[in-house]
Write a protein that binds this ligand. Structure first.
Ligand code: SF4
Length: 388
């Protein structure tokens, strides 16, 4: 019963598509413009929010996440206006998590107090490294010193704080990463996101990597770096609750948990995706990716929607499986069935499940199917085989 109610609650994502420059590893929907048309885009976001609220009806919002792009390029007044709309259009849970992604340049850090006054209670800072040479390689506009200053300031202002690092970079040795990790963990508050560098299609790094301009650590080194990450985080009291995410108890990102638990979420802004229960059926929603085309569509018809598609039972099962096994808590049998309409076993290839259980990549309790630590390392290979 509680879960059914949670299904109808909402996680709300708001996408700000602009950045000061494009990082060479990034395949997010982020764009560089000589002048950011902030007033136009804030108006369009507000209009699309009205549109979404209109068709969703009364819902309780448990989390709001300003992602990007670089939402910390928005003026605090813009964030305040959007949050004012969210409060007017929805019931916002008293303990709702309101996160804003920020980059640690001094201009953006200077806006932190304004964001806090607007209602943001958690920031997620794109630190990426505490090594200036690595920051340069990653195309970041800030220094390690600025990152530390932004973290210190954020800790004074916000009740909750996360920051991201990228590891398994070219030439990165285990001792180097351990030292960087110690710095990170000593500065961490309740949450850290630690991602392995991956080469995404269509990025500048994909071209450079294809030309042999740099190499990534081999599989054994990457595995050693991953294991060192998990161990070091545990020493500092941050548990791995998702493949790349670590938190103190209660510090987990409630917004991202809604994705991984396959609950309802609405996505506002260019390229944003949603999974929404409407009229008893589950729909996939998406918005046009190109910022200016999205804004035009919103101005013409209230929303930049490109796709509204009902998700069939089999696809619901597959999606819930792909998301849920990323979590250390695994997938609850009852929750899975309530959300997808089929028992978890019906979404799995029986032979692969048996093998994965025998190899200790998966384990079952009375209530959950869980990927073990070994299984989580192989999830990318395992999941396509496991899902029906
Ligand atoms: S700042 Fe973030 S969103 Fe923008 S280009 Fe860099 S990684 Fe991508």
């Amino acid at each position: 019963m509680r879960y059914e109610r949670a299904m109808q609650d909402l996680a709300l994502y708001i996408h700000w598509p602009f950045c000061l420059s494009k990082c060479p590893y990034c395949d997010f929907n982020s764009h560089v413009r000589e002048r950011i048309p902030e007033a136009r885009f804030v108006s369009a976001l507000r209009r699309e929010l009205e549109f979404e609220a209109g068709r969703l009806g009364p819902r309780q919002v448990n989390s709001v996440f300003f992602g990007g792009g670089t939402p910390s390029l928005m003026q605090p007044e813009s964030v305040a206006a959007l949050l004012g709309d969210v409060r007017r259009l929805f019931t916002v849970a008293p303990e709702a998590e309101v996160t804003l992604e920020a980059n640690p340049t001094s201009i953006e850090a200077g806006r932190f107090r304004g964001y806090r006054a607007a209602g943001v209670n958690r920031v997620s800072i794109g630190v990426q490294s505490f090594d200036d040479a690595a920051l340069k390689f990653l195309g970041r506009a800030h220094s390690a010193g600025q990152a530390k200053a932004a973290i210190a300031l954020a800790r004074e202002i916000f009740p909750r704080l996360s920051f991201d690092l990228i590891y398994a970079r070219p030439e990165q040795s285990l001792p180097q990463w351990q030292a960087e990790l110690d710095t990170a963990l000593s500065l961490a508050a309740d949450h850290l996101s630690l991602y392995q560098l991956t080469i995404e299609q269509g990025t500048k790094f994909a071209t450079l990597y294809g030309r042999g301009a740099f190499r990534l650590p081999d599989d054994d080194t990457a595995a050693a770096l991953y294991e060192a990450t998990e161990n070091a985080a545990a020493r500092y009291g941050l548990a791995q609750y998702e493949i790349s995410n670590y938190a103190k108890p209660g510090g987990e990102s409630r917004h991202n948990l809604a994705y991984w638990r396959y609950q309802d979420y609405a996505g506002i802004g260019p390229g944003a995706h949603g999974r929404l229960t409407l009229g008893g059926a589950l729909f996939a929603t998406s918005r046009h990716r190109a910022p200016e085309i999205w804004a035009e569509l919103v101005e013409q018809k209230g929303s930049g929607s490109t796709l509204e598609e009902e998700i069939g039972v089999q696809d619901r099962g597959r999606e819930a499986l792909l998301m849920g096994l990323r979590l250390s808590e695994g997938i609850g049998f009852a929750q899975f069935e309530a959300r997808t309409g089929i028992p978890l076993r019906d979404a799995l290839e029986a032979r692969v499940l048996e093998l994965a259980l025998a190899e200790d990549y998966l384990r079952q309790t009375e209530t959950h199917l869980i990927a073990t630590a070994e299984g989580r390392k192989r999830l990318d290979a395992l999941l396509p085989e496991l899902a029906r």
